[in-house]
Design a protein around this ligand. Sequence first.
Ligand SMILES: Nc1ncnc2c1ncn2[C@@H]1O[C@H](COP(=O)(O)OP(=O)(O)OP(=O)(O)O)[C@@H](O)[C@H]1O
Ligand SMILES: [Mg+2]
Length: 270
Amino acid sequence: MESRYSPAKNVFIDSIDIEDYIELDSSIAAYDQLLHSIEKPLKMILVFGRPGTGKSILLNRLYQNHKRQKDLHYFETPTTNEKEFFQKLFKIITNENLPPNTQVNFSTLVDYCKTLRGKREIIILLDEAQMYSRDMMERIRLLSDTRVIKFVVSLHKTENEDLIAKEHFQSRIWEVIELKNGSRTDMKSYIHKKLLKKNFFEIANVIKSTHIKKIHKLTKGNYRETNKLLFTIFEIYEHYDKNDPFKINYDQFSIKIIEMAGIKLGYINV
Ligand SMILES: Nc1ncnc2c1ncn2[C@@H]1O[C@H](COP(=O)(O)OP(=O)(O)OP(=O)(O)O)[C@@H](O)[C@H]1O
Ligand SMILES: [Mg+2]
């Protein structure tokens, strides 16, 4: 028989499925700010934050909610192939496919963009922009200078990259939206809402503030880390449920199992 914890575990598989989007204080604020920014006459908007803080899901939500009303396009993980990038851009700008074996001439593309001034307002959501080369970013900037294409650049911030990001974007980005790890309150709604959405009322009910406090301490409020931790917690529950059910109590969530998961993931060193 399948353990009741097996499907609960799967609630926390990392995904950016927009159906699973949850309104959190921090994400509502960032979303509203982003929505405001794209209405302003900006060339570039920077969405900035550590890995796992919800940048991709935020861009996806914006895209899904507004792609019908706006000239909005989402570019996910960049290919290392710049040719492909410009082909994709060419298609958006001209509504035509590039004939096979031809390459986009960059300055022609910029000139063409200029002819669209006042006629079109294209918004490109560039996810994972830390993967674009400096050269590419420079070209993207030149395109944004035409004022026909506005770029929302999502950049993942790591310890070393902070400086690069600042230096590269300082004078060019006019608005920065920073995504942060969630507060304890955010974490509580995140975990509860995720479980409730999939009808795990009983499990959600036994996860109390003390458990959230412990989870938040281990993951520092990072959503991806929280997914990993919760997945591992339910994996341990699943194991006991199948092999040693007397070791677990259905009516009470276990701090000890949270710690075991923390050890397994290396959040706690023993
Ligand atoms: N508001 C939210 N609603 C639902 N899930 C969320 C929310 N914010 C973050 N998450 C979840 O957290 C995980 C990480 O989010 P996401 O992939 O968007 O982070 P990221 O900032 O793009 O990370 P990276 O810099 O590594 O690309 C995903 O599984 C996502 O579903
Ligand atoms: Mg991402």
